[in-house]
Design a protein around this ligand. Structure first.
Ligand SMILES: Cc1cc2nc3c(=O)[nH]c(=O)nc-3n(C[C@H](O)[C@H](O)[C@H](O)COP(=O)(O)OP(=O)(O)OC[C@H]3O[C@@H](n4cnc5c(N)ncnc54)[C@H](O)[C@@H]3O)c2cc1C
Length: 466
């Protein structure tokens, strides 16, 4: 697994561009290459593509789009999105890649909407932490499966082949690091070798590999994994074998409100709109709205590794637009409570402690008191009964460390020079979060997958056309 073999370059089948992974990054890379008249083949380990893209909320940030302007939002710009990425990652991400994806984001979204009919519209009724403007674009269901279905259909309509049940086990490379081809392992144990002019790694990160998570992000090893188990870190393993530069391996996107034991997350509007979290003693323990990523380990560190989220009907109306929140309701993970007594009983804490916590939050919201955790509730009104509550845990959503790339998606060696014909995008590449869990700006995952997919597809097509 993850071997890079010396190869002579003799393959029965050869294609100009091979793409590993049929998520957003892989499908978009294939569409971009195809538009430049270059043949691409996507290799996907699953029988049906269902990577993280299909599990996601499908919310894609983009700045200065026609959709935003049509919705009356006139003042979003790539510069603002770029600055938001830098602020959230404390400036510790790759600035050139951040600048490029911010600059390209409107073009990518408009291209996907206009040419491939991705059903996106602006999300205007709430803003994620760290977004200075409502950057998000999403489909009506707020569910990534809807996006991936459209992308896979577009790929198929263009006649681009997706080989399913085709796990790439090994790469073939020459001494210069030029990728010659890949070895594909089929479920029946048979293998095939396919040559290529360029290779795009769109096979995401290592969240599905317990072993790699333990090695690189030990503090997240016990978190529930909410992503696709097929993302086994192959891009990183191949990169290590090739001598690629690999960065930010301790970084990940977490989620600090995954219903337990059900396993789906609450819509984060629960908290942006004024909801909060208490531990088993009925006490708050954090600024819940710093970001959903860093909230995961805060919940994990509480007694029993759990907490309870509390919100009201107003928050519920907005959070309920998100598919995972709908699923949480359907699974019975969210309950309504008419009294604090009933909530305290469900948590197992003293009623007076919970009553005091709720009163304190009301005072903070009314600006009568300063929050000891530094949270600013902005102009949100205090929660009103009936309350909604769910028992939650922290989760690992996807990893953020990976192959260092340049703004064209070319994978870089440790000395900063690009490999001759190796590209990466989406979760296979180093993310925009910097070194840790606190740096993830909501939507960075699909921002990297959609934009670097397009840019890597274009750059690979240009390379093999020369
Ligand atoms: C629950 C959840 C919610 C999320 N919500 C959002 C959101 O709203 N907005 C946002 O921006 N991001 C979100 N994300 C993150 C986002 O989903 C990912 O960053 C993005 O989908 C990555 O796209 P990708 O194409 O790189 O990877 P994926 O979509 O995971 O695709 C990778 C594909 O590669 C295949 N593969 C892996 N290894 C091999 C191999 N060796 N051979 C062949 N195939 C292989 C996998 O099977 C998979 O199909 C969310 C993630 C999760 C889990």
């Amino acid at each position: 697994m993850g071997l890079v073999l010396a190869g002579a370059g003799q393959f029965e089948t050869e294609v100009p561009i091979l793409i590993i992974g049929a998520g957003a990054c892989g499908c978009i890379a294939a569409l971009a290459a195809n538009e430049r008249g270059v043949e691409a083949l996507i290799l996907e380990r699953d029988a049906k593509p269902r990577g993280n893209t299909s599990l996601s909320g499908g919310q894609i940030p983009a700045a200065g789009t026609k959709l935003q302007r049509a919705a009356g939002l006139m003042d979003d710009t790539p510069e603002l999105l770029y600055r938001d990425i830098l602020a959230k990652s404390h400036g510790e991400c790759d600035h050139a890649v951040a600048r490029k994806v911010a600059d390209e984001s409107a073009k990518t979204v408009e291209w996907l909407v206009e040419r491939y009919k991705l059903p996106l519209s602006c999300v205007l009724d709430f803003q994620y932490p760290g977004h200075s403007r409502p950057h998000m674009h999403a489909s009506p269901s707020r569910f990534g499966e809807e996006l991936l279905t459209v992308l896979v259909a577009a790929v198929q309509a263009e006649g681009i082949p997706i080989a399913a049940s085709a796990r790439v086990a090994d790469l073939f490379a020459d001494a210069s690091g030029r990728i010659l081809g890949v070895r594909v392992a089929r479920p029946d144990g048979k293998t095939e070798e396919i040559g290529c002019g360029a290779l795009i790694l769109a096979c995401n990160g290592f969240g599905g590999s317990k072993e790699m998570v333990k090695k690189y992000i030990p503090e997240a090893a016990d978190l529930f994994y909410e992503g696709h188990t097929g993302n086994q870190g192959d891009a990183v393993l191949w990169g290590e074998a090739l001598g690629a530069s690999i960065k930010d391996m301790g970084s990940f996107q977490g989620h600090g409100a995954v219903c337990t034991p059900h396993g789906m997350h609450l819509g984060w509007a629960t908290f942006t709109e004024g909801g909060f979290q208490v531990n088993k003693h009925g006490r708050r323990f954090s600024n819940e709205n710093a970001g959903y990523s860093e909230q995961a380990l805060k919940v994990e560190r509480e007694p029993g590794h759990v907490a309870w989220a509390i919100w009201d009907a107003r928050c519920e109306r907005i959070a309920g637009q998100q598919h995972s929140h709908v699923l949480a309701n359907e699974a019975g993970a969210i309950k309504r409570y008419g009294s604090i007594d009933a909530m305290a009983k469900a948590v197992g804490c003293e009623v007076e402690v919970l009553r005091t916590t709720i009163k304190d939050v009301e005072a903070i919201v009314r600006k009568q008191k300063k929050d000891e955790f530094g949270r600013d509730f902005g102009s949100k009104p205090p929660l009103e009964p009936p309350y909604f509550m769910s028992k939650i845990m922290g989760a690992l959503t996807h990893t953020q460390g990976g192959l260092e790339i340049d703004p064209q998606g070319r994978v870089l060696r440790k000395d900063g020079t690009p490999f001759p014909n190796l590209f990466a995008g989406g979760g296979a590449a180093r993310g925009l979060s910097g070194p840790a869990d606190w740096g993830y700006l909501s939507g960075s995952g699909l921002l990297m997958a959609t934009n670097m997919g397009r840019l890597a597809g274009e750059a690979a097509a240009l390379l093999v056309s020369k």
